[in-house]
Design a protein around this ligand. Structure first.
Ligand code: HEC
Ligand code: HEC
Length: 333
């Protein structure tokens, strides 16, 4: 009897909790929360590594080359330029708010930011280095050796520490306080009538089925070309490359629409140059809906309210190489 009433009480409490949660999250999109539980020492080290081109073979390409934090965490070109000016196969997604993604990369092949961060250093089409060579560079620079030791308390630098530090820095790259978030939090004059009308269209047309949550995306894999096929300019197959399942062909991680005003060009092949074009394509291919010019403009106006406070910090000054630091090979074999 006592057990039952306690269970009933717990159920009632649960319902009460979810009811309050509902009240705060009535909308399909939630405000971005500032980063929590951040290890500041690790962030400072990760920031240096993020900006350090010496983690590349050429000594020229850093994470920031393709995920430029002055440009919404992207390179603003259809597909990235890698070592020796190689053309990349796919558009670089933004690193902003990437900590909110259910997995990393368009096809989700990396589980989290730490798993992702080792990839580009050793990718022959990106930074074209090896982890061993990158560690050799770091080990040759006493200021790095000291800082790694301070942060991780270990004698030797390893790739795990490098990727952990970069991932910790990336956790800070969230963009709270967008005008849309201010509106969500009750500042009713934060949006204009057109922007609000755009949000209404975005909700009622069904965009929110895939673009929802804190990041307005990033939390599911969905088919590109649900109603009408998409003619891609890239050979990427999407999620099926990871699962091996034919049903996952052309499923891509739904990109975040946070800061989308800054992260052009759009789609995994970077084929859409403008938001107007991207919204038109989404309407037709995902929803079988052709927006009028006015409707499209309103949705675009709404999307631009998703630009939040950009990461702001002092540019890290990187410790200089020493006599024993291996030299870069920008043009060599
Ligand atoms: C040469 C350009 C280039 C460089 C350098 C580069 N990236 Fe990327 N990055 C890309 C591209 C292109 C993708 C998408 C690849 C894919 O999905 O197959 C990507 C994907 C990502 C993602 C996944 C985002 C998402 O939404 O899925 C993160 C995070 C990321 N990179 C962080 C980094 C970090 C950290 C570094 C430095 C260690 C780095 N990148 C270096 C081009 C680059
Ligand atoms: C069925 C799921 C789904 C629906 C519905 C949907 N989208 Fe998308 N959206 C996606 C996927 C998946 C991508 C990435 C496709 C690709 O790159 O190949 C995407 C990409 C985008 C992009 C480009 C973002 C970038 O950074 O490349 C924009 C903008 C966008 N959607 C807006 C909308 C709008 C506006 C609507 C409603 C009219 C909408 N989406 C409806 C799944 C969806």
């Amino acid at each position: 009897m006592l057990k039952m009433s306690r269970a009933t009480l717990m159920a009632a409490a649960l319902i009460a909790v979810s009811a309050t949660a509902q009240a705060a999250t009535d909308e399909p999109i939630q405000p971005i929360k500032p980063p929590a539980n951040i290890n500041l020492g690790m962030v400072e080290l990760g920031k240096k590594l993020y900006f350090d081109p010496r983690l590349s073979k050429s000594g020229f390409i850093s994470c920031n080359s393709c995920h430029n934090l002055s440009m919404g965490g992207t390179d603003n070109i259809p597909t990235s330029i890698g070592d020796k000016w190689q053309q990349g196969p796919i558009n670089a997604p933004t690193v902003l708010n990437s900590s909110l993604n259910l997995a990393q990369f368009w096809d989700g092949r990396a589980a989290d930011l730490k798993a992702q961060a080792g990839g580009p250093i050793a990718n022959p089409g990106e930074m074209a280095f090896t982890h061993t060579l990158a560690l050799g560079v770091l080990e040759s620079i006493p200021a790095y050796v000291r800082e790694f030791k301070q942060v991780f308390g270990k004698e030797k630098i390893d790739i795990d520490q490098v990727t952990l530090a970069i991932a910790e820095f990336e956790k800070t790259l969230v963009t709270p306080n967008a005008r849309f978030d201010q509106w969500l939090l009750g500042k009713k004059d934060a949006l204009s009538a057109d922007e609000l009308a755009g949000y209404k269209l975005f909700k009622e047309s069904g965009c929110v089925a895939c673009h929802n949550g804190e990041a307005v995306g990033g939390n599911s894999f969905q088919k590109m070309g649900l109603v009408e096929p998409y003619k891609a300019k890239s050979a990427a197959e999407g999620r099926s490359a990871v699962t091996g399942k034919d049903a996952d062909r052309f499923n891509f991680k739904v990109p975040t629409l946070r800061n989308v005003e800054m992260t052009y060009p759009y789609f995994h092949d970077g084929a859409a140059n403008t938001l107007t074009e991207a919204v038109d394509t989404m309407g037709r291919l995902q929803l079988g809906k052709k927006f009028t010019k006015d409707e499209n403009a309103k949705i675009v106006a709404f999307l631009k309210t998703l630009t939040g406070d950009q990461p702001s910090f002092t540019l890290p000054i990187l410790p200089p190489s020493t006599d024993s630091t291996p030299r870069p090979t920008p043009f060599g074999k």
